[in-house]
Each structure stands twice: as C-alpha cells, then as structure tokens.
Design a protein around this ligand. Structure first.
Ligand code: DP6
Length: 327
C-alpha cells in the first residue's frame, strides 16, 4: 500500500438530499445541490496496518466500534475492487465540530475515497470516485469537487449513474457563508437514521419529493446568474420543507434548539433591515447563512451576538478534494 494523505472540505446543501431509494447503496430519491465550504476541512492519512485489522482513529482517538465498522466496510469496497486484503491504519482529523450537523461525514468519506483509491492503487475517473464516496456517505459524493456541485440521483439500480458533477468552480461567485455553531455535541439522531424515519413516517414526505425538482431548477439557475436572492430564498424554502417533513414524522425529528431558532429570526430581521441574508440548516442545530462576499464580516459579527451562538465560522465556496503527501 502506498502511504497517502488526502484532504476534503465539508459542503452545505442548498437543495437537500433527504431520503433514499436504496439504503445499502446510498441512492437518493432526488438530486441535490451544494456548495463546498472553504476552511472546513477533513484530512485522512492512510498507511498499511501492522496487524490483521484496520486501525481507525478520529482526531487521534480510537474510533468507536460503530464508526470503525463503517470505515472498515467502506475500505472493504475499495479492497474488493483492488483485489487486496491489506488492512489499513487510518487517521481522520477535522478542524470543525463533527457529527453535529456540519456534514463531517461528507468531508470524511470524500477524503477517505480519494486516499483509499490512491493507497490501494485503484485508478478511477471522477464519476467513479464520486460514486465510491457516495457509498460511504451520500453527501460525500459532492465533497470531491469545489465550488457548486450537483449530485445526480441516477436511475440505475446499481447506482453507477448516481454521482456528482461540478456546476461552477469556487471562483465563479463571491458568495459569503457564515456558519453559526450553536451546539458542539453529537446529535441524537444522525442524518442516516433521520432520513429513513422521514421517508417511512412522515405524511409530508411525498410533498417534499413532489416540490423538490422546482427548487433544484431555481437553484441551478440562480447559481448560473449569481443571483443571491433566488438561490438564498429557494435554499431557505427547501431547508424549511425538509425540516417540516421531518418534524411531522413519528417519532418527530426536531433538530433545532432555541439558539437555532434565534439565528433564524435574526436572519429574517437582518433581511427586513435590507441586508440580503438567507439561512439553511442540515440535520443538526447549526445554521449556515448565505450573503454577499462583501457582507460576510458584518454577518459573522451580527450572528456572533445572537444569544446561544458559541462561535461563527466564516466560509466561502471552497476547493475540491486533493491528495497530498503524508505529514
Ligand atoms: C441533511 O450524507 O450524512 O445534510 O448518506 O446516510 O451518510 P448518509 O447521509 P448524509 O445526509 C446528509 C443530509 C443533509 C442534506 C444534504 O447534505 O444534502
């Protein structure tokens, strides 16, 4: 095995992936569109393991059994394709709160797919690499590329046509992004379990599916035209529909805390005052706010003052994943 290190950024969905038509292959019911988040990075380092098992560490600590199994099962896919039985020692480090609604699984499995393909000597084109990352976590399919990215849902039962493509590079649009962290803890119900509950137990899931295509189309158009109001208004609406469908499930999926709501209200108030700002929220309590690049510092400062906000991470459309030399 070639010792390899790879780095990938998190992403935030503007039109969300929420619901699978195939849980084993991570095949979505709908397409989704995201922006890759500069500065929110996960680095994966891989080398051959000394013993007969994979050794997985997150931020220097041994992975919990469920996490270790998920990574090992993913490596099994790569080993199968590479006809290798070699076990790996894997170090995963993120510079932002993991498993708290900040899509850490996206950057983790994008970096892991890239590192593992290289380490085991698999030569994959972009579509195949994205489809591989998807097997680890659906949203990871979108974190291999920078800027604005669309994940195509595909129709093949085997998922070979379900991968992400870049709509525009990070330089296309000076979009400002501010991530308001309201809770550093791990969420109780992760996206995987949450979306499975929403698919089966929400009377509003059908409405979510039926109206998603129009949001995709508007966001695609808005990105092309760098139209913050169109992208922001549609992304906010799409996020609220995802949460409405989830809140109406049994058991109810309520990812918001009082601080999450306080940020949402603050965003609306700032908008009423004339500042073009829009929020989106994934399966967790953090709020991502979209604004003009020139307004980002002001927005970060405003959000930092909202009661319950622990800190605000400034971001922007970020780069694609990259292989680098191990450090
Ligand atoms: C709300 O990609 O974490 O962030 O495929 O089961 O690993 P799995 O789910 P995951 O779900 C992300 C859901 C979301 C919306 C999105 O990123 O599109």
């Amino acid at each position: 095995m070639t010792p390899t290190s790879a780095c990938a950024c998190a992403n935030v969905a503007l039109a969300k992936y929420w619901g699978k038509r195939d849980e084993r292959l991570n095949l979505p019911w709908t397409g989704s569109i995201s922006v890759t988040l500069a500065g929110l990075e996960t680095r994966v380092e891989m080398r051959a393991a000394a013993g007969g098992d994979d050794v997985i560490r997150f931020d220097g600590e041994p992975a919990r059994p469920a996490e270790a199994t998920r990574v090992s099962r993913f490596l099994d896919l790569v080993r199968l394709a590479a006809r290798s039985r070699e076990r790996a020692e894997v170090d995963v480090r993120s510079n932002f709160p993991v498993a708290a609604g900040l899509a850490s699984s996206a950057s983790t499995f994008a970096a892991l797919a890239l590192a593992a393909a290289r380490a085991y000597g698999l030569v994959l084109n972009h579509a195949a690499l994205s489809a591989l990352a998807r097997r680890g976590s659906g949203s990871a399919a979108r974190s291999l590329q920078g800027g604005f990215v669309e994940w195509l849902p595909g129709t093949d039962p085997d998922g070979n046509d379900s991968f992400a493509v870049q709509l525009a590079g990070p330089e296309h649009w000076d979009l400002g992004i501010a991530v308001a962290i309201t809770d550093e803890g791990q969420k109780k119900i992760g996206s995987r379990e949450g979306m499975a509950i929403a698919v089966k137990q929400s009377p509003f899931f059908r409405a979510w599916l039926e109206t998603h295509g129009a949001d995709m189309e508007a966001i695609r158009r808005g990105i092309g035209a760098r139209d913050l109001d169109l992208v922001g208004e549609t992304a906010e609406h799409n996020c609220l529909k995802m949460h409405a469908a989830s809140i109406a499930a049994r058991p109810a999926l309520l990812y918001w805390t009082p601080a999450t709501l306080a940020v949402m209200h603050r965003v609306h108030a700032l908008r009423d005052e004339g500042l073009p700002v829009y929020f989106t929220i994934d399966a967790g309590p953090q709020v991502k706010v979209l604004c003009r690049g020139a307004d980002r510092a002001e927005v970060v400062e405003q959000l930092a003052r909202v009661p319950g906000v622990l800190r605000v991470l400034p971001s922007a459309p970020g780069p694609g994943a990259e292989v680098s030399s191990p450090q």
